[in-house]
Design a protein around this ligand. Structure first.
Ligand SMILES: [Zn+2]
Length: 475
């Protein structure tokens, strides 16, 4: 049933294959520096609660990071917080999302950013997402962004309009290499825009001037005038600041490919002159509402962790569980019944794990190998979950099933250990006797079984036979 990439004893140095948007195929993962991974993930724009569609992306990125950890890589993970500059139209038109929300709620833009950044990290905690090593805010890195514009200006990539400093995309010969789009297609998509001063419809703002007829809360002086940075610039400036001019992985949702990531890529490679800026671009699929509709902002207001899970007394990890049943690149459907499937699926798994008793035995290497083959094959989590289920149904010792499940949970992140009421640390010398006794019991050699029970007692442990297998307690 399972394809093995190759036979191996442990997961150390197992090949990992990841689908790379840049090459449009599954690539063998080879980081720039052996054993170390630099990873940048685009973070939230903090003007509202994240919806389940946003959170699906952060869970996939967490699974990727845990898979790298599981394969013995050290990961330096950097994530930004967009607290300024993301306009209501992604092509640099309209109002600033954070300032607009501040006006609506009667708070300052700084208060809004603080409040929703905290809400975001609360949700990440509910979903057992490991925090990045570095979380950086756009507003804390204005100097770096201005410096980047100055370099681009010196190299001849910029021009000025009445509302800001723009990046000239016609100077970049491989501008669409990430999306693989033809420029003609992009023109089609840009028909609704009204900005006559842009030299090319794909050009984007590096710096926007503050309006003259109203006062912005968040603005800074620059060699170009008072204003604020364009949305795409912060990710280039901060990733280079913390991860260097070239690094391994950049992630986000698929809707970032055509615009945000394409623009980040164009300006970063133009500023450093080094290619590739990022080796592997990994993108996660959407969460679709019933009927295949992409989740909209108004729907997103309802589909939050609080509304769907916490307020109904359901553990949000049920959502994490559900996301693992669809491959991260495929669209995932969401309907009213999804929350019930999520809850039932997760609770069913917890009950299977709790039935395994509380003795943690040995990790089963054969099942581990199947698990590694699945996760290292472009994070095939549906298959990894099938491996977990088959392993639990298999005829290995319950204690070994438990040890193996807990090992898999380093990647799954479903907090399976919380169902074990009491963890018992058993020395290896005793576990050998427990194994031997299991063999004796299977062979109906009751005399040998009793003899081993006495030996185990001499080590200070008492063994009891239960329907789930041997249960062991410290005397
Ligand atoms: Zn970004």
């Amino acid at each position: 049933m399972f394809n093995f990439l190759k036979q191996r004893k442990t997961n150390k140095n197992s090949p990992i294959y990841l689908y790379n948007t840049l090459t449009r195929k599954k690539d063998l993962f080879e980081p720039i520096k052996a054993g170390k991974v630099g990873m940048y993930t685009c973070g939230p724009t903090v003007y509202g609660y994240p919806h389940l569609g946003n959170l699906r992306t952060y869970v996939f990125e967490d699974i990727l990071k845990r898979t790298l950890f599981y394969n013995d890589y050290k990961v330096n993970h950097v994530m930004n917080i967009t607290d300024v500059g993301h306009l209501t139209n992604d092509r640099d038109m309209g109002e600033d999302k954070v300032e607009k929300e501040a006006q609506k709620e009667g708070k300052t833009a700084w208060e809004i950013a603080e409040f929703y950044a905290k809400a975001f990290f609360d949700d990440e905690k509910y979903l057992n997402i490991i925090k990045p090593n570095i979380v950086c805010r756009a507003t804390d890195n204005i100097k770096e962004q201005i410096k980047m514009i100055q370099t681009l200006e010196k190299k001849g990539y910029t021009y000025k309009t009445s509302d800001g400093i723009y990046f000239d995309t016609s100077k970049v010969s491989d501008y669409t290499k990430l999306s693989g789009q033809h420029l003609e297609e992009l023109k089609e998509g840009a028909r609704v825009e009204i900005n006559d001063e842009k030299q090319n419809h794909t050009d984007f703002a590096l710096w926007k001037f503050s309006p003259t007829d109203s006062k912005r809360e968040m603005e800074w002086s620059s060699p170009y005038g008072i204003g604020f940075p364009g949305w795409h610039l912060e990710c280039s400036a901060m990733s280079i600041k913390y991860l260097g001019e070239q690094f391994d992985i950049h992630c986000g949702a698929v809707d970032f490919i055509n615009l945000h990531h394409t623009n980040e890529l164009a300006q970063s490679e133009s500023v450093t002159g080094k290619k590739p800026w990022v080796k592997y671009w990994i993108h996660g699929g959407f969460l679709n509402l019933d009927g295949g509709r992409k989740m909209s902002k108004s729907a997103g207001d309802v589909l939050t962790i609080s509304n769907i899970f916490l307020n109904k007394g359901i553990n949000p990890l049920a959502f994490r569980f559900l996301t693992l049943t669809t491959h991260y690149r495929k669209p995932m459907d969401w309907s009213d019944s999804s929350v019930v499937s999520a809850k039932n699926g997760y609770e069913n798994l917890l009950s299977k794990i709790s039935n395994l008793g509380n003795i943690i035995g040995k990790i089963n290497s054969q099942w581990k190998e199947k698990f590694v083959s699945s996760i290292n094959d472009d994070l095939n989590m549906p298959q990894a979950m099938a491996v977990l289920n088959e392993m639990v149904k298999s005829d290995i010792l319950p204690a070994d099933k438990l040890a193996t499940a807990l090992d898999f949970d380093k990647v799954l992140g479903l907090k399976l250990c919380e169902v074990i009421q009491k963890k018992v640390e058993i020395p290896a010398s005793v576990l050998v006797l427990v194994d031997e006794r299991e063999t004796a019991r299977k062979g109906q050699n009751w005399a040998k079984s009793d003899e081993l029970r006495d030996k185990i007692r001499e080590f200070g442990y008492e063994v009891k036979d239960t329907p789930a297998g041997q249960d062991i307690k410290k005397l």
